[in-house]
Design a protein around this ligand. Structure first.
Ligand SMILES: Cc1cc2nc3c(=O)[nH]c(=O)nc-3n(C[C@H](O)[C@H](O)[C@H](O)COP(=O)(O)OP(=O)(O)OC[C@H]3O[C@@H](n4cnc5c(N)ncnc54)[C@H](O)[C@@H]3O)c2cc1C
Length: 377
């Protein structure tokens, strides 16, 4: 499997010391969730060991679009309908606070540039407008843009700009979180796949593997649905065209231009939907071609593609993360299922699940209770 554009950036040497005694908590998965949780637990004085079948950020945390967005995986007006007005407002506000904390924690891995959510046709424009009005009504910052300038105006009738959002170099971001966890005393064991909970010694285990099937989650296994996302990176483009993350068609297509001028684009899962519910981390010709054709149309000329890669994220049917104690198992905890929206949510949920494991009250986690997936509504 190919590495992503992000993972090709040389990272710092992450050398952790073996724990001196038995681990209090072991975490499976060294992505954003695992590193965030590990740091919170270690800073509270626990002995924490993190295992990853690959390397720090080797999963979706180093392979994603690099969008750090506030909010949940659904539109805000939908969240108000589904969750209730107070819950939706609280959820969005919480993610905004964690986005600020993330910025403070990862330095230049995050650029606070905002993001642009585009409407691909008039129907989507009306949907987006409803979301914009709901956000403004509840006091969230958002800007309406209509009509749009070239090159967007040819294809998109309108857009909503989200000022609090950011662009991240996700591999650098996760490696920074790992470095912070190591500073707090965490041991990270790379290239070790945990095959069974029996091989772990800690009293409590956190499974932080999002869409990658760990094989450790018992009855929850499979309810966080492995879903493939594919991306491409182009040769550097000299003109600045997309200075912040852009996404359209209900988030199916997403792209941004990074500092060296390259355009990174992902999505088009709907070009071949049936094949993309998989944990196989491979690119496919149909989706790669759709991505290339899209960029030719958008930029107005063919661009050389320099990197192609895929990653797996965890989709949940109600678009809410799955975070907390695994029902019926006194030892096992889970945090994942961010439905393609995990850069901020993984950082946030990793911290919150760690607090809950420390015995603290975290009322916000009620919304994400894993038990909801097991009991019929
Ligand atoms: C192509 C793509 C684009 C995306 N774009 C965005 C975006 O722009 N913005 C956004 O917010 N979100 C995006 N996402 C989603 C986001 O990347 C993820 O939700 C987030 O990174 C999940 O982080 P994590 O730490 O929970 O899991 P991951 O980073 O996926 O880490 C899980 C780790 O668990 C390890 N693992 C699994 N099983 C075992 C085992 N048994 N033993 C040991 N290790 C194991 C894996 O090796 C992996 O490294 C995207 C995802 C993809 C795939």
């Amino acid at each position: 499997m190919a590495d992503s554009y992000w993972l090709e950036e040389p990272g710092p040497k992450l050398v952790s010391k073996p724990l001196s005694g038995r681990a209090d908590v072991e975490i499976v998965g060294a992505g954003t969730t695992g590193c965030s949780a590990a740091r919170t637990l270690a800073e509270a004085g626990l002995r924490v060991r993190v295992h990853d079948a690959r390397t720090v950020a080797g999963g979706a945390s180093g392979r994603n679009g690099g969008f750090a967005l506030r909010g949940g995986a659904m539109a805000y007006d939908r969240a108000r309908e589904w969750l209730g007005a107070e819950e939706a407002r609280g959820y969005w506000a919480l993610t905004e606070r964690y986005l600020e904390r993330l910025a403070g924690a990862v330095g230049d891995a995050l650029r606070p540039v905002g993001s642009l959510r585009l409407a691909a046709d008039e129907e989507e424009r009306d949907e987006l407008r409803r979301e914009y009005e709901a956000l403004r009504e509840d006091g969230f910052d958002a800007e309406w843009r209509e009509p749009l300038q070239a090159p967007l105006g040819r294809r998109f009738p309108a857009a909503m700009f989200h000022p609090p959002d950011a662009s991240v170099q996700p591999a650098r971001m996760t490696r920074r979180l790992a470095a912070r966890a190591i500073e707090a005393g965490v041991e990270i064991v790379e290239r070790h796949r945990v095959e069974s909970l029996d091989e772990l010694e800690a009293e409590r285990v956190l499974v932080a593997t999002d869409g990658y099937p760990s094989g450790l989650l018992g009855q929850l296994e499979g309810l966080i649905i492995p879903t493939r996302g594919q991306m491409i990176a182009t040769e550097p483009v000299p003109e600045p065209l997309f200075p912040y993350p852009h996404y359209g068609r209900h988030g199916f297509d997403y792209w941004q231009q990074v500092k060296d001028g390259r355009i990174l684009a992902g999505g088009f899962r709907d070009a071949d939907m049936t094949t993309e519910f998989t944990a196989e981390e491979q690119t496919t010709p149909t989706i790669q071609r759709a991505l290339e054709d899209f960029l030719v149309e958008l930029v107005g000329r063919p661009l050389e593609v320099t990197q192609r890669w895929a990653g797996i994220f965890g989709l949940v049917l109600d678009f809410l993360p799955v975070v907390g104690a695994v029902p019926g198992d006194g030892r096992l905890w889970v945090s994942g299922g961010y439905s393609g929206h995990g850069n901020v949510l993984a950082f946030m949920c990793g911290d919150m699940v760690a607090k809950a494991m420390l015995g603290k009250q975290v009322p916000e986690l009620q919304l994400f209770d894993p038990a909801r997936l097991l009991t019929p509504a």
